[in-house]
Design a protein around this ligand. Sequence first.
Ligand SMILES: Nc1ncnc2c1ncn2[C@@H]1O[C@H](COP(=O)(O)OP(=O)(O)OP(=O)(O)O)[C@@H](O)[C@H]1O
Ligand SMILES: [Mg+2]
Length: 166
Amino acid sequence: MTDYPLPVNGGLVFYTSGPSETMELGQRLGEGLDAGDVVALTGELGTGKTCFAKGVALGLGLPPSSVITSPSFSLVNEYEGGRATLYHMDVYRLESLADFVSAGLEEYFYAGGVVLMEWADKWPEILPAGSIRVHFNWEGESERGHILKLQFSGLGSSSFIRHREV
Ligand SMILES: Nc1ncnc2c1ncn2[C@@H]1O[C@H](COP(=O)(O)OP(=O)(O)OP(=O)(O)O)[C@@H](O)[C@H]1O
Ligand SMILES: [Mg+2]
């Protein structure tokens, strides 16, 4: 992982070179999250969003034995046992905003837990103000593996930003 985040356009950029580093970064974000936070994950297919979500779950205090899998079919998976309930959603398969609303997914934003939403740029207008955004894209190869670029914005006063050393 890069030694420090690079501030870009008011956000932060990290590079990871393997799934364990991406998970570790997710864990660091998760450690600073509180009930009510919404984290919007965006990026092409297979760019590490679910891998990062596993780290967030650890950071929220869920046991490492919790199996965080992509909720592609169930739309939302709910995990209890951490500092806040984790709602992990994936809206990839939803065709319209009307489907999102009729599936009751909007209610999770206000359910008092932490929401992680994959494919969150489908309908950007539904994201609550103050959502944290993380954008994932491949940035090439290194001898250690695929390099992933993670761009964070909307961190506000999150403790994530105050602990710059990674
Ligand atoms: N630097 C890296 N960070 C994260 N994952 C990586 C990295 N290098 C390789 N990988 C691999 O990339 C894959 C990412 O899969 P993951 O399911 O997390 O992506 P996703 O963005 O959630 O996909 P989807 O769009 O299908 O939901 C995993 O197989 C992981 O091992
Ligand atoms: Mg996924």
